[in-house]
Design a protein around this ligand. Sequence first.
Ligand SMILES: CCCCCCCCCC/C=C\C/C=C/C(=O)SCCNC(=O)CCNC(=O)[C@H](O)C(C)(C)COP(=O)(O)OP(=O)(O)OC[C@H]1O[C@@H](n2cnc3c(N)ncnc32)[C@H](O)[C@@H]1OP(=O)(O)O
Ligand SMILES: Cc1cc2nc3c(=O)[nH]c(=O)nc-3n(C[C@H](O)[C@H](O)[C@H](O)COP(=O)(O)OP(=O)(O)OC[C@H]3O[C@@H](n4cnc5c(N)ncnc54)[C@H](O)[C@@H]3O)c2cc1C
Length: 644
Amino acid sequence: MAVNKVNEDLLRERARYTFNIEELTNFIDGGEEGTRNRREVEDMVIHVKELHDEVPEDYLSHKERYENAVKKGCILIDLLKEHVLRHSSFDAYKPSNMYRVLSMAKEVSPVLLHMGMFVPTIFGQASAEQQEEWLHKALMLEIIGTYAQTELGHGTFLRGLETTATYDPSTEEFVLHSPTLTSYKWWPGGLGQTANHCIVVAQLYSREKCYGVHAFLVQIRDSETHMPLPGIKVGDIGPKLGFQTANNGFLGFDHFRIPRKNMLMRNAQVLKDGRYVKSKSDKLTYGTMMLVRVMIVSDAAYELSRAATIAARYSAVRRQSMPRPGQPEPQILDYVTQQHKVFIAIATSHALRLTGGWLWDAYSSLTHDLDQGNLDQLPELHALACCLKAISSRDSNSLVEQCRMSCGGHGYMSSSNFPTIYGATAATVTYEGEYTVMLLQTARYLMKAWKEALGGIVLTPTVAYMVTYNKAKPAWVNTPEAIIQGFHAVAVGKVKEAADGIEYHQNSGKDYEDAWNAASVMLVKASECYCRAIICETFWKEIQKHSRSMSRNLAVVLQQLSELYLSYWVLERSGDFFQVRTVPLTRTKFEFVSFASPKCHCQMCTGFVAHITSVVVLAVQVSIQNLTLTFCTRKRNEFDIGSC
Ligand SMILES: CCCCCCCCCC/C=C\C/C=C/C(=O)SCCNC(=O)CCNC(=O)[C@H](O)C(C)(C)COP(=O)(O)OP(=O)(O)OC[C@H]1O[C@@H](n2cnc3c(N)ncnc32)[C@H](O)[C@@H]1OP(=O)(O)O
Ligand SMILES: Cc1cc2nc3c(=O)[nH]c(=O)nc-3n(C[C@H](O)[C@H](O)[C@H](O)COP(=O)(O)OP(=O)(O)OC[C@H]3O[C@@H](n4cnc5c(N)ncnc54)[C@H](O)[C@@H]3O)c2cc1C
């Protein structure tokens, strides 16, 4: 059998790296232990022939694709259980680890929602007694669940959900009902044919009063026959852009009864007699969504790292055109335009991975606070989770598309894996909070923060700079730190512009809701700029922090990637920076001037040139589970990414 010979160009590129590959691998995996765990699981999986398709999945019927995905999910989970029993070194039953294992199959797993949302909801919203009853069964997949919140008529507007859960004290049961067609649950992953339980989000009624949306754990299919229980209508919603094996389904209730104890009661409760016990905060019901949004940032990084690997590798081996007659066709990696497409994808995968880790730490700290009854950090974390989920998923999806295009026709092949990665990242921009809606949620927070800044009130960490910029314009010199300050100034300017926009519309006679709507494009922009500033600052600071404990050669390359990221986004947002009026470059002062002002001039941008020499590079060696970029640093022509 012919042995796959590694491409000469790839070998040559790999021979050029200037730093320790294993060190970078450990950095990406979050340490040596992370690499060891990942490799153990990869080694366990990679040799299982049933996980490799004989026939391309695109040539299978919908039913065959689903069955194939179920088969692979079962194999992976059995391998994981066996591995845990054998080694117990890999915490298999952490949802994120289980999720990572399931994502080793090319197809989206029909049990993705079980691990991604059903189990986390039990962790986050079930009482101790309820966890005692359900958690082990869920972790062992003795029950398979999903998260049924979205309805045909409502996905964003949760307060508008129509499914009802009406408490009957005579039987100590909730009666679940779908009063309209638009109240049918629509989208939940695994609901089509896979799940036999689900978390149902419904309007809670007791003693004729509505208490808003709450979560319930509901069995929908018979544990033996897997048939829908009486009073349950359930099935598959049909083909989609991607995610074809996620098994998204619909669910309708016809006066379906569940025991009182199936209301998730960590936060709020309904007593036997129907009395409602309020939660510390209604917002705690939204906890699972915040968790998944936080996880999505890391997931966006992971999916982008896969695409960047494919594109960088292809760019090393593809030769095309003949700039010099008679000369060999050059590697397309030598074209600056190709570098401009691919390098930012590599840099962004690192930026989002590190930001995702930072956000996860903030979320972990919040959950600890919530357990102590301290909700102080909840509003800021909600705002952060919303904008970072939105921007990371959108950046990831658009850069995946950019990577695909950088591979020409071969990028359009299913075998490139770009279509699968694109389909997965496109979904992420919408699910768990639609892009614009999420940015508007963050804008709510920013408008409040701005009002506090004007009053000189000390603000939470990620908006504290608003007080500074609102009072004294900082002096800065042209350094990465200064660029970050520039992003802060732009964010403040956009927040101010949006707040002024709302005020302008109110002064012209609109009520607040209409004024908000009229200014909503500016509000979205303000959130985008606030979020970009966070990613830029976090990426830079994380690299500075980790550089101190890594070899110099690796630190240099990672520093270059973070400088590339900063420079790229200054140039992408040069219009916003143009709005930042400066004095002569030596002592630059920021003053944000809205477009309305004729005085706008900019020196920071003129001559703003970021020379990124000997950038990054090249060939890559991809591991299944994670991006382990094997860089060969290759002296590239100095390229000027230009002034604005
Ligand atoms: C390594 C592992 C990787 C794993 C990767 C992922 C694994 C799983 C992936 C599975 C794949 C697909 C699953 C998809 C699932 C779904 O899509 S589930 C459904 C998701 N749906 C949504 O996100 C709905 C979005 N809409 C909303 O959230 C609501 O519109 C919103 C609550 C934002 C606003 O609703 P309104 O009724 O208008 O209320 P509003 O007045 O705006 O806000 C009320 C108030 O509450 C605060 N708030 C809102 N949400 C939260 C929250 N989540 N946490 C905390 N606080 C929240 C808001 O700020 C307001 O507060 P204020 O003080 O009044 O300003
Ligand atoms: C692949 C996939 C998997 C999913 N899995 C699940 C799942 O497992 N469980 C689940 O419960 N749900 C799931 N969903 C549903 C998902 O959560 C919703 O699609 C999402 O919340 C958006 O809601 P919507 O579809 O109703 O869109 P809408 O909210 O109707 O959005 C449509 C448009 O209206 C705009 N809009 C809406 N509200 C506002 C506003 N207040 N201000 C300004 N503009 C607004 C939006 O910006 C958007 O442009 C999934 C969706 C997808 C695509």
